[in-house]
Design a protein around this ligand. Sequence first.
Ligand code: GLA
Length: 694
Amino acid sequence: MIKSWRLDDSRQTLVLGSDGQHFAEIVYWGARLPDDEDLSTLYQSTKIDVTGGMLDENPRLSICPEAINTFPGQPGLIVSKVTGQPVMLKFSFASADEAENQLDLTYKDQSGDVSYQAKFAIDPTTHVIEASASLNSKAPLRLHWLSAPVFPAPQSSDEMYDFAGRWCGEFQMNKTAWSAGIRCRENRTGRTGHEHFPGLIVPCRGTTNTSGQTYGFHYGWSGGHRMVAEELPDGRRQIQFGNATHLEHDPQTSFETAKLYAVFSDGGLNGCAAAFQRHVRDRIVKFPDPKKPRPVHYNCWEAVYFDHKLDELKDIATMAADLGAERFVLDDGWFRNRNDDTRALGDWEVDLGKYPEGLQPLIDHVHSEKMSFGLWFEPEMINQNSDTFRAHPEWALGEEGQILGRQQMALDMALPAVQDFLFDRVSKILADHSIDYIKWDHNRVLPTPDAAQTRGSYALLDRLRAAHPHVEIESCASGGGRIDFGILGRTHRVWLSDSNDAVERLKIQHNAALFLPMAVTGSHVGPRKCHTSGRVLDIGFRAWVAAQRHMGFEMDPRELTKDEAQVLRTVTAWWRANRDWMMHADILRLDSADPSVLAEQQMDQSGEQFVVFVGKPNTSSQTVPRPLRLTRLSPDAKYRIELVNSSDPSGLSRGKQAIKQSPLELSGAFLMNHGLTLPWSFPETMWVIKGTLL
Ligand code: GLA
């Protein structure tokens, strides 16, 4: 008898089915099907043929492909006995629990001692499907690999996009052609990492940012993932995501994957991007007060590094407030002996040499400037040159003699004593001061990956959040080394990159927007001469790139000329005036006809207003700008189009273009089909266009 289930929202349908007791298969995932579709017929229609050189029947590409079934690809589950002997489990259907927008399928092994469960939930508003798998056993087992429920990948796709990166160069998109065999990304660094963002986009043929069918995936786990995108010999394709292999060091009776987030879009890459952005902002991140506007940050790292002097910091705070900052974040260097990055991690007490009366005088000053106060911590790390390490060398993770990272070791977060110690120290600082923000860093990879470490970090974060619910947390790991939906369930902002170079940042932001909303994506105006690239960039460009996301400053404001300070004040005031709607806007990547232009449209969910940021990291090859086509407008509606930074054209822009003089009224149809013709501009500049529905 055929069993079948479906999950729907307004844009997509997911159909699972089986014709016996075996694991269900996802037999359809794509555009919404009619309500009266006969799922038994549909199931039967998806059966593929058998020909020469094949088994006599096709092994199922199920939610957990089974090795025992002669599956010709990667299985969804690999376990062994405690002794190391492989266990070949044979599961059969036990139960299906259906609730609105949810489906749980449970299977039991023949012996009845092991059960497997897959959970699916579809969010009708954001369109994101959450899927996870778990395994429970009466006797302890060793887990080598457990995939979240396996999704088929479309056959009408020629390539897949996944993400690589490095320090100061996160979210680099890899485009790989589908071919027979596996594309495997396995992250064994023990943290999400710059190098392996756990995301995958599978566009169908002909898809662009703005149109076409696309499938998006993200695995929400901070301890290192494994992705398998495999084309089987028969042509079928599967997508597996789970924790990196062998991440569970001890035999256990219960295992579960993190959540796999999956979405189908019929509106190009942007359909996936907007769905993930909304899901992160409205479902995953728990802001202490969601209605409170996101404050403009000032972070002192690139201004003073470890050289903290109270009077200077007070002056800097006053200047930052005058520029428009609303939160002052005191970065690394405030705790006992922390004069450089070789020492003191672990000794979370205020340095009374630098701050003889503690942090309070600085905090009072920051408050008097109407800013709130945030503080940097790197709780999971320890320097050997620290009192804490001298007292507890056994708390450090990994072998003695291991290669250090930034001269530091990681603490063993699975140890209750370590968790208690960190909870007490961080909690005390929070309880003793009026602090509403933590920048939480994680500057090295782990000596060996271990799921217990990630669970320990999550537990500490959860405990601190429960004890200090008003405190927001930023996830930083040498910039964007720990960005994923697992950490975002416990934090409120990500430090996307240590690169404050606006050229680099523009590119990183553009790709990160495939997953991250503006509300959580930190972006700061850096120094005139960038500390991580040596590039010298104009203040207007630096300011507008930061204004694309959660804006802040991270330079010494004393370096600003009067004119630069005025530009920064103006852009910040613009951001503050627009942030409320921009926080809820969809960031839509535009398909620029000019490869030297990176453009996005931030579209208010009501459709009544939008802003287009047209960044130009490079020089164009043609003489004048090519029209830029906008997206998701109402064709018949009229829009008022205004160049926000119209005073920026260079002297070399000599034409009498109407848009330079005054706002224009144009139809959605024209803006989407012909596009906006902008003035000529220098490289390393940005046009900002505000659109309003008339
Ligand atoms: C990391 C972070 C930086 C800064 C330093 C402080 O590199 O990414 O932003 O906080 O640590 O040591």
